[in-house]
Design a protein around this ligand. Structure first.
Ligand SMILES: Cc1cc2nc3c(=O)[nH]c(=O)nc-3n(C[C@H](O)[C@H](O)[C@H](O)COP(=O)(O)OP(=O)(O)OC[C@H]3O[C@@H](n4cnc5c(N)ncnc54)[C@H](O)[C@@H]3O)c2cc1C
Length: 184
């Protein structure tokens, strides 16, 4: 079981948390529920009826929590990363270590910049198709990697992709998160 710290509790961070917790990894999500989703009304999230961003967040937070993720009501003030893992300091708390860090900071990726991660020419955090950054232990997802094309469903997809990549790295093989309907 790996420890994963996620910074950011919008759709990107919570989606990553859901998949990782379902994969039985130890997940902490840091955030103060200050996502841009509270300004949104979703008419374009495939498979979901029109809903306010706030209602969406309530359901998403409960889903992640029910799967086993710990939602920590705190802002992260600093992060560092080395070859073996990452260290995160949240407000006045003691440092937390983990094997992986997923940054889902939204429009202002200050922690990603503090790590010196590679950026795109437009100033976004540079990632590959799985959300891997220039640091092997650090992923970035959502609006911070695509600031000019920000949609909730894309952030959630990004979070899922990063989580599946970590699940595969830990398992040493590709992993699917598939359920079947309950049998009556
Ligand atoms: C007015 C408005 C209407 C919108 N309408 C729609 C719509 O109809 N459909 C749609 O798809 N999208 C809509 N969006 C966009 C949608 O809100 C974003 O695409 C989505 O919120 C991006 O998700 P994210 O997880 O990438 O980032 P965010 O939702 O921005 O989440 C980032 C989170 O990280 C937290 N954070 C950042 N730094 C730290 C730190 N150091 N420590 C702890 N937490 C931290 C932030 O507080 C925030 O909660 C709208 C946005 C706005 C502003």
């Amino acid at each position: 079981m790996a420890r994963v710290i996620i910074v950011g509790d919008g759709p990107g961070g919570l989606s990553a948390a859901l998949f990782l917790a379902r994969g039985e990894h130890q997940v902490q999500v840091f955030g103060l529920d200050q996502t841009a989703m509270h300004y949104a009304f979703l008419n374009n999230y495939l498979g979901s009826p029109a809903t306010s961003g706030t209602e969406f967040q309530q359901v998403a937070r409960e889903q992640a929590r029910a799967a086993g993720a710990a939602l920590v009501e705190a802002a992260v003030t600093s992060v560092s990363a080395d070859a073996d893992g990452v260290e995160v300091i949240a407000e006045a708390d003691r440092p937390e270590r983990a094997e992986y860090l997923i940054l889902s900071e939204g429009k202002n990726p200050a922690l990603a910049r503090s790590l010196g991660l590679a950026e795109t020419p437009a100033g976004a955090v540079a990632v590959d198709s799985e959300g891997r950054t220039s640091h092997p232990r650090v992923y970035a997802v959502g609006r911070s990697v695509r600031p000019a094309r920000s949609q909730a469903i894309i952030s959630a997809g990004d979070g899922a992709k990063a989580a599946l990549d970590i699940l595969a790295r830990e398992a040493g093989k590709d992993v699917q998160d598939w359920d079947r309907p309950p049998q009556s």
